[in-house]
Design a protein around this ligand. Structure first.
Ligand SMILES: [Zn+2]
Length: 127
């Protein structure tokens, strides 16, 4: 029996809270996590390179879908000039990745711990 079910992990991490204790405070700043949760002490460091890599990958994919493809369509339809399109594409991708970074990082953490719910310290201690 798991103390924290997958649905609970999902809703906690999706809103930027610690999947283990449900408290806010995992984020050290916009782009980085604390090494450990300041509330429950869960290690975030162990997987952090994987979390950041996953977040960057999601950022690329979202940029392509939400920025690059629409800009390309506008350029092809002659609604934007080539170089304005390139400028919007670059600036838009950077803005999107920057603004959504903490949100995407939360999604990656959410996915990781929903898949491996029994790795949460609070669940592992039950075994
Ligand atoms: Zn915690």
């Amino acid at each position: 029996m798991m103390k924290v079910e997958r649905g609970e992990i999902f809703s906690r991490a999706l809103t930027g809270r610690c999947p283990n204790c449900g408290q806010f405070g995992m984020f050290k700043n916009w782009f980085r996590l604390h090494k450990r949760c300041p509330n429950c002490g869960m290690e975030l460091e162990k997987e952090e390179s994987g979390f950041y890599f996953g977040t960057t990958s999601i950022g690329y994919v979202l940029s392509i879908i939400l920025v690059i493809i629409p800009v390309c369509i506008l350029v092809v339809k002659d609604m934007l000039s080539m170089w304005v399109g390139v400028g919007i594409g670059i600036a838009g991708s950077i803005m999107l990745c920057t603004l959504l970074y903490p949100l995407m990082l939360s999604w990656v953490i959410m996915l990781y711990y929903v898949v491996q719910a029994d790795e949460l310290p609070i669940n592992a201690s039950e075994q």
